[in-house]
Design a protein around this ligand. Structure first.
Ligand code: ZN
Length: 480
């Protein structure tokens, strides 16, 4: 493991004041807000700098406080959470995944309670609703599947009705290859990622449904390089993750302009704080540590295999140490839970995604190379998350193994009328660039996991810990 010399901690750099933003003579609402946030972050960094004597242990992930906050949330929510009544599987997933990252497991009774609750959220005609008796919706479907995979037991996997889930996805796909969030609902890139992710994770053979999907996603890449929610809108970190991860899962990442995307996302890491912003001219926010940070492993895979960069074989292409400084110094709430930025209250969403970003920043692995870079106390290390699903690496491996032994599942519409599947599969989208027809390969494969995404999975799985999984501004809403 690499240890950073405490005297060279990034947040304690001598010249950090030089990285402050300036009005350049034209103050605006945006620039004033930016400078206000930078002042509060500077105060935190100055506090660390002035602390004498300064020990490595001083920069510590307050693990036990965060665990207590998450455990409490899993069982007790106040009335103020009523507004999230249609996001209950999300609350479960955020808590479970964050606990997993903190290497905290649930006992058997707690596991069973979660499994029973999520089973009640599953709709008889497929997919999961935001709570028992609610309409099936792709966002809570993604959250419920990820939560069950995080628990990682046969009982949890068995809750997922793969046939009705495949039928639900078949009802949500549009003629252009995108997905509706729910019956009669909006179409955007969140729905598309959720559909592709659960299909891959549960090994559903629905690739004929997705013959136009990659082409639609590519149309969401903007002139800046990031992806927007739908074609023609503004690039945004959450939507960009959805777009690139979905393309990677479809073995079509080469269809994106990866160089332009790399420039855009690298420019979203903030000079003074080290955290990420979600969009151009927005403020730093801890949750983008994952949405933006997880793009780098995906880009690394494509750019390294394409260009054979010899100089990118030991770290992701962003300042991983700086991000860890921001998360550890500015994003931990004293009473437990993690936050967006200083002055904000903790919530389960930000706790989940800041810890997920911390995991990305700590763990580098590509091919046979893995490297751990933990800032601060040795005990700050968190578990490794899978950058395509944001589920623990070992949990993804267990889910793939379990569903590999289950019968193949395809939407009933294909079973009833084989010609309809053939018809859809022949609707190959026009090429954007690149040399391989990814859709031909998708259609030719009886396995829902394509060759390249298998390579990606293997690349990350090789560095996964050998231990068994714990026994034990988001996709639900628009951009902030
Ligand atoms: Zn946020």
């Amino acid at each position: 493991m690499d240890h950073f010399d405490q005297s060279s901690l990034w947040c304690c750099r001598e010249d950090f004041s030089a990285d402050k933003s300036q009005h350049h003579g034209v103050p605006t609402v945006t620039s004033k807000e930016q400078m206000k946030v930078e002042e509060s972050i500077s105060a935190y960094y100055q506090f660390i700098y002035n602390k004498k004597p300064f020990k490595t242990e001083d920069l510590k992930l307050e693990r036990s406080r965060h665990v207590a906050y998450l455990r409490h949330g899993l069982k007790n929510l106040s009335k103020s959470f009523e507004f999230l009544d249609a996001s209950r599987p999300w609350l479960v997933y955020w808590c479970l995944h964050a606990l997993h990252l903190l290497e905290e497991s649930l006992d058997l009774d707690e596991q069973q309670s979660v499994i029973d609750f999520l089973a009640r959220c599953q709709c008889s005609d497929g997919g999961f609703g935001g709570g028992p008796g609610q309409l099936a919706h792709l966002a809570p479907t993604f959250a419920a599947v990820n939560a069950l995979v995080t628990i990682g037991t046969p009982a949890a996997f068995a809750v997922i009705n793969r046939q009705s889930l495949a039928d639900f996805l078949a009802r949500m796909v549009t003629a252009e290859g995108s997905f509706r969030m729910h019956e009669g609902g909006e179409v955007d890139i969140r729905g598309t990622y959720c559909a592709v992710s659960v299909a891959r994770l549960c090994r559903l053979a629905i690739h004929p449904l997705m013959s136009r999907t990659a082409s639609w996603i590519v149309h969401c890449q903007t002139y800046e390089g990031g992806f927007s929610g739908s074609p023609g809108l503004e690039a945004h970190g959450g939507y960009t993750f959805c777009g690139l991860a979905a393309l990677a899962l479809l073995d079509c990442q080469h269809l994106a302009d990866n160089n332009r995307l790399l420039r855009w996302v690298a420019s979203r890491q903030m000079r003074l704080s080290g955290g990420f912003q979600g969009r151009t001219n927005k403020l730093v926010d801890g949750c983008y540590s994952f949405w933006q940070g997880a793009l780098f492993p995906l880009l690394h895979h494509t750019l390294t295999s394409r260009d054979n960069h010899a100089d990118t074989d030991s770290c992701w292409l962003f300042h991983c140490e700086a991000l860890q400084n921001y998360l550890l110094v500015c994003c931990q709430h004293p009473s437990g839970g993690l936050i967006d930025k200083p002055g904000k209250s903790p919530d389960f969403y930000h706790t989940c995604y800041t810890l997920s970003g911390l995991s990305i920043a700590q763990h580098f692995c590509y091919g046979n190379t893995s490297k751990l870079s933990v800032v601060g106390h040795d005990a700050n290390e968190v578990a490794m998350t899978h950058p395509l699903y944001n589920v623990g690496m070992s949990a993804v491996h267990a889910a793939k193994s379990y569903f590999m032994q289950q019968p193949d599942v395809q939407p009933s519409v294909f079973s009833a009328s084989p010609s309809s599947a053939t018809h859809n599969a022949n609707q190959v989208p026009s090429r954007v660039n690149g040399t391989n027809n990814c859709n031909d390969r998708m259609d030719a494969s009886a396995d829902a996991v394509t060759e390249a995404s298998q390579r990606l999975h293997i690349s990350f799985a090789q560095a996964a810990p050998s231990v068994t999984p714990n026994s034990g501004c988001s996709l639900r809403q628009g951009p902030d």
